[in-house]
Design a protein around this ligand. Structure first.
Ligand code: ADP
Ligand code: MG
Ligand code: ZN
Length: 506
């Protein structure tokens, strides 16, 4: 991006993703978010002398799967390493990570959906490591306490090449990495819970000399929007410095999303500061080609491809295809509804309008939907056949969230709630007769030619029907009843005239 100052933006992301294993990467503690502080920690987590780590094979498999999803080469031998530094959230005094011999190298992803067309961005490496704990500042009275629950949660650090040229590209890279890793189930990728996080590196390239500028790293970037804003903000800050004749210093800064700016955190350490060496308590990690190929076969369709398929093969509008191609729970619900016979367009409409509305209102996640697409297909079949009005379908859907019986048989539930449309039959006539009997004054007005009274009666009848009747059929039934015995002089118009006189005597 030319910034009109003779400099262009250069950006590279380091993305950390927590792997969704059952247990931690170096011990048997549960890997779970949101537990009471320090309830998921053992001597390994606490770094007690003599405690020995054991590498979790499932973490390795998920890391390989993630690497494959990012088009990386998986190295048959990789080495765990000690990165030494002291920080109170890491009681061992070092992090077990990978350094010179990482697990995954030389990947790339394609950034689509950009105004300037698609762009390929390289991934330098992705390596397996352990997460650190968390400091709780003033959470319990005053002072800072340490929660070790996150110690040893398996992390994959994905190091992107400095190939990004705009804040939008940085955001898009983050989204695509999320899409792909979420699709293969290696992580829930919840930025708001920290299971997906980014450090953004920004420098300005001098266009006249082609020289790279000094790089600044920004940490604590916790949402897609924050990625975009942090990159843009840092580019502006460096421009101001260069514009004033100053020099950018190599440092690590902390993003403050509330203020929309970063502040200095520390001068950047070099690799020497970390005194890396191979982890003596763990053997080298070896993975055979058969194992890698077996995992490659587990790679799913990714959201970008799925979106194209929904649009080009299933006939959805692109906006709906985008909405339904992820997260996996949504795509599964949509596809299983279609497989059970729902029309893709009808299923997409119903998911977008009714199901998402219900999820938002109830504060539920798509993964919490307690029924499958077959239930949805049955409900939509009743609507499609005209046996259930959209308002009625909404009420049945609400029951389906609470009651597995309703979810198994939506039409039966509609029946029980009296929501099935009784098309032109005796049912609607009965209802119309009840309404007429309950409102003699309105019937009188209608006979006197006051057409407004008809709207009133129809409104009452609709209320009686609780959304379970087709308004047109109900209006016809009302006309029919009101022109029958006892209502002879009612002003009649419309198709009900031919049907007049069919009703039984009151
Ligand atoms: P560090 O130890 O400093 O985190 P890494 O190799 O782990 O180093 O990460 C380097 C990150 O910085 C990569 O994401 C890379 O794309 C990015 N980067 C490297 N050079 C530049 C540059 N000139 N401008 C912006 N980002 C850069
Ligand atoms: Mg790094
Ligand atoms: Zn533990």
């Amino acid at each position: 991006m030319n910034r009109g100052t003779g400099h262009s933006l250069v950006c590279g992301l380091e993305i950390h993703v927590e792997l969704a294993t059952r247990t931690k990467v170096l011990c048997a503690c549960p890997n779970r978010f949101g537990a009471e502080p320090n309830t998921l920690a053992c001597p390994v987590c606490a770094g007690l002398p003599g405690a020995l780590p054991v590498l979790n094979a499932e973490a390795v498999r998920l890391a390989v799967l993630a690497g494959l999803a990012l088009d990386c080469t998986i190295r048959s031998r990789s080495v765990m390493a000690r990165k030494n530094y002291f920080y109170p959230d890491m009681p061992k005094g070092y992090q077990i990570t990978q350094y010179e011999e990482p697990l995954c190298v030389d990947g790339s992803i394609l950034l689509d959906d950009l105004p300037g067309g698609p762009r390929r961005v390289r991934i330098e490496r992705a390596h397996l490591e352990e997460d650190a704990g968390k400091l709780l500042h003033d959470a319990f009275g005053t002072g800072t306490l340490v929660d070790l629950n996150r110690c040893g949660v398996p992390l994959l650090e994905i190091v992107g090449a400095p190939d990004l040229r705009t804040p939008e590209e940085a955001r898009r890279m983050m989204e695509i990495v999320r899409d792909r890793l979420e699709a293969c189930g290696v992580s829930d990728c919840r930025m708001e819970e920290g299971s997906l996080r980014a450090d953004v590196n920004v420098s300005l390239l001098d266009e006249a000399t082609g020289q790279f500028g000094t790089r600044v790293e920004i940490k604590n970037v916790n949402s897609f929007r924050a990625v975009e804003r942090a990159v843009a903000s840092e580019a502006r800050r460096q421009e101001r410095i260069l514009g004033a004749g100053g020099r950018v210093v190599r440092e690590t800064r902390l993003w403050d999303d509330g203020r929309g700016e970063s502040r200095p955190m520390r001068r950047k350490e070099t690799d020497d500061d970390y005194r890396y060496f191979p982890e003596p308590d763990l053997p080298a990690l070896r993975i055979g080609p058969e194992e890698v190929e077996a995992l490659r076969r587990r790679l799913p369709e990714f959201p970008a491809e799925r979106r194209r398929r929904y649009r080009d093969e299933m006939g959805l509008l692109d906006a709906d295809a985008l909405l339904l191609c992820r997260p996996p729970a949504v795509a599964r619900l949509f596809e299983s509804a279609c497989a059970a016979g729902a029309s893709p367009r009808a299923a997409a409409d119903f998911l977008r309008v009714e199901v998402f509305r219900h999820l938002n209102r109830a504060g539920l996640d798509p993964a919490d939907v307690p029924f499958g697409g077959e239930s949805l297909a049955r409900l939509l079949a009743a609507v499609g056949a005209g046996r259930l009005a959209p308002v009625g379908a909404r009420r049945v859907l609400e029951r389906m969230f609470e009651d597995s019986g309703a979810a198994a048989d939506p039409e039966g539930e509609a029946e029980r709630q009296g929501l099935l449309i009784r098309s032109g039959g005796v049912g609607l006539d009965d209802l119309a007769r009840r309404v007429a009997a309950a409102h003699p004054a309105a019937c009188q007005d209608l006979r006197a030619g006051k057409e407004k009274a008809f709207s009133f009666l129809l409104g009452q009848a609709m209320r009686e029907a609780r959304g379970g009747a087709d308004p047109k059929a109900l209006a016809e039934a009302l006309r029919r009843v009101l022109s029958g015995p006892g209502h002879e002089s009612a002003g009649l118009t419309g198709p009900a005239e031919q049907a007049g006189g069919k009703g039984d005597p009151a």
